[in-house]
Design a protein around this ligand. Structure first.
Ligand code: ADP
Length: 577
């Protein structure tokens, strides 16, 4: 069962290998560009936030440093000119706006002098020394200037205590303590242009000591639990937001992207945080783009592969059709060859037939002619007078013999034409006399049959390029038919008309006509129409076919119009010379 499934999967993979390969390549390419792109997006975001944090941090540092340096300077001055302390401190307050009050503390811890910026503040209210101030005093007495913890004044202002030792010839005479207002630092934080984000400062223990919002400032939370805070305080290194845990969820429940920088004063550090969705918004855009490319790319690959499959299906069908065509083509070539051979064989047989007919006709004509002579002699009484019935019999034999001779002649004509033995002996000559000559031959026969016979011509002579003997045969056949198929009392007209480019010979009779349904066959060899056979039992059906053949050899045409019982007109048209 499991093996079956495995096999099916292998077959499926094989069938769709191109598709799978395409999609895998697409995804791989996507990953290839996506990874560095995401990295560079994070880098850009990190650089931007870091720059901003650095700027605010250095403002805080320099402000603090300046106040601290001013206090230390004043303490040194007092050490040198102890009597001038009041003047020195006044100058200090006027120079340093942030300092709210300054006091001189003696080595025994007593406050010997105090100067307040706001005179109304009573001495008791102000320097009730906080523990933070005491730490500063103690450190100064030990010879070290310090910046103390930040605390809130009674008017809710962030403040700190600066303390510096007063030395006279190297000996500590007392401590100069100053209370510094840190409101400007809050303004720095507020001014930080960090869309939807903010900056905060923590002390060396992780307590938030400065925040742009008062409630947050008052909360005074400890952020040491944040990995980024712990790292910056502990290692005093810049956290650039590129470590995995430089994003965290802040107290407002927002996932933020953060950077941190240690400051050069009081072990403080400044942190900047910004909602991750804003800081790394382009990350999402790129991810969506990659997703889009993957989905649409895969779809495109699937469509192309399906199209390709159907195309290759049609392709193989086309190939099959081509193969079939090829076979049919070969069969056709073979059949063509067979037909060509059969045709050659038929032509050979046809030739043999014509030869046979020609030989047979020749052989027959000599004795038939001899027979005609003898019969004529018999009729003319060369062998004694014949009795009436004997004469009638011989006359019948003469007629039958004549018909036989005519048949043999027709056969000879056909055979000659088919054999093509005799070429055409074309000559430019007058055709009117030739047509008239043929007409003359039939005048007598027509008269005997009581058929009127007339001849007419549009010109005395008309020049045509033709073979006299052959055209004679053709014309004879037409006139002979007219006589044959026109009953007694009818009329025949033979005419020649010269036109611009051709000469038209017409044989018109008032005979039996040609039945319409058989009209298309009368030029075929051996064909005779039914009504013709009834009227004239004798006939070969060769005359018209011979005539057509001859006319066409002259580049002419032969045609007829006819109606049954009303007569026929046969016309031969030949090009003029
Ligand atoms: P045959 O006259 O020996 O029968 P043809 O080839 O000369 O052979 O003519 C073929 C057929 O055409 C004739 O049998 C006849 O049916 C028809 N035909 C030819 N000429 C005429 C005509 N003038 N009038 C009527 N029928 C004709």
């Amino acid at each position: 069962m499991f093996r079956e499934k495995e096999k099916q999967i292998i077959i499926l993979v094989r069938e769709h290998s191109a598709l799978i390969l395409g999609i895998t390549a697409l995804l791989a390419i996507n990953v290839l560009w996506l990874v560095p792109t995401l990295r560079s997006i994070r880098q850009t975001a990190s650089t931007l936030v870091l720059e901003s944090a650095e700027r605010i941090g250095s403002n805080i540092e320099s402000t603090m440093q300046r106040s601290s340096d001013a206090l230390i300077g004043a303490a040194d001055d007092i050490g040198i000119l102890p009597e001038q302390y009041a003047f020195i401190l006044k100058r200090l307050l006027s120079k340093e706006d942030g300092l709210q009050s300054v006091s001189i503390i003696a080595v025994d811890g007593r406050q010997t002098f105090r100067l307040d910026r706001v005179a109304a503040v009573s001495q008791e209210e102000s320097f009730v020394f906080s523990s933070a101030a005491q730490i500063g005093i103690d450190r100064a007495l030990a010879g070290e200037a310090s910046i103390g913890e930040i605390f809130l004044s009674d008017i809710l202002e962030p403040r700190t205590i600066l303390a510096a030792p007063i030395r006279t010839i190297g000996k500590i005479q007392g401590v100069l303590v100053g209370e510094l207002n840190l409101r400007p630092l809050i303004s720095f934080l507020r001014d930080a242009s960090l869309p939807a984000g903010h900056m905060y400062v923590v002390d060396r223990d992780g307590f938030q000591i400065l925040h742009p919002e008062l409630p947050e400032f008052l909360r005074h939370p400890n952020y040491i639990f944040r990995p980024i805070v712990k790292r910056v305080i502990g290692e005093r290194h810049v956290a650039d937001g590129r470590a995995r845990d430089d994003t965290y969820v802040n107290e407002a429940g927002v996932r933020v992207f953060a950077v941190g920088i240690p400051l050069a004063i009081g072990g403080w550090s400044i942190f900047a945080e910004q909602p991750r969705i804003i800081a790394l918004s382009r990350e999402w855009e790129m991810l969506l783009l990659a997703l889009g490319i993957s989905v649409f790319g895969s779809l495109a690959i699937i469509i192309i592969s399906v199209k390709h499959r159907s195309l290759s299906g049609s392709n193989s069908k086309l190939k099959e059709m081509l193969a079939d065509l090829d076979i049919s083509g070969k069969m056709l070539v073979r059949r063509d060859l067979q037909l060509t051979r059969a045709n050659a064989r038929l032509m050979e047989l046809d030739q043999m037939k014509s030869q046979f007919v020609s030989t047979a006709a020749h052989q027959l004509r000599t004795p038939l002619t001899a027979l005609e002579w003898s019969l004529n002699e018999l009729l003319e009484g060369d062998f004694g007078e014949l009795k009436k019935n004997q004469k009638k019999l011989v006359e019948d034999i003469v007629i039958a013999n004549k018909r036989l001779i005519r048949l043999v002649n027709s056969l000879l004509d056909v055979a000659r034409l088919e054999e093509g033995k005799r070429g055409m002996s074309m000559q430019k000559q007058d055709i009117v006399s030739v047509v008239q000559g043929v007409g003359d031959q039939f005048k007598k026969i027509a008269k005997e049959k009581r058929i009127g016979f007339s001849f007419e011509s549009s010109a005395k002579s008309l020049l045509v390029d033709f073979d006299k003997e052959k055209l004679n045969i053709a014309l004879t056949n037409l006139v002979d038919n007219a006589v044959k198929y026109t009953p007694a009392g009818g009329a025949i007209n033979l005419s020649v008309a010269g036109m611009e480019k051709e000469v038209c010979i017409a044989v018109t009779d008032t005979g039996i006509g040609i039945p319409e349904e058989q009209a298309n066959k009368i030029f075929s060899k051996f064909f005779r129409a039914r009504n013709a056979m009834l009227l004239e039992t004798y006939g070969s059906g060769l005359g018209l076919s011979v005539a057509k053949d001859i006319v066409e050899r002259h580049q002419g045409t032969i045609a007829f119009t006819s109606n049954v019982g009303g007569g026929s007109i046969f016309t031969i048209t030949l090009p003029r010379a």
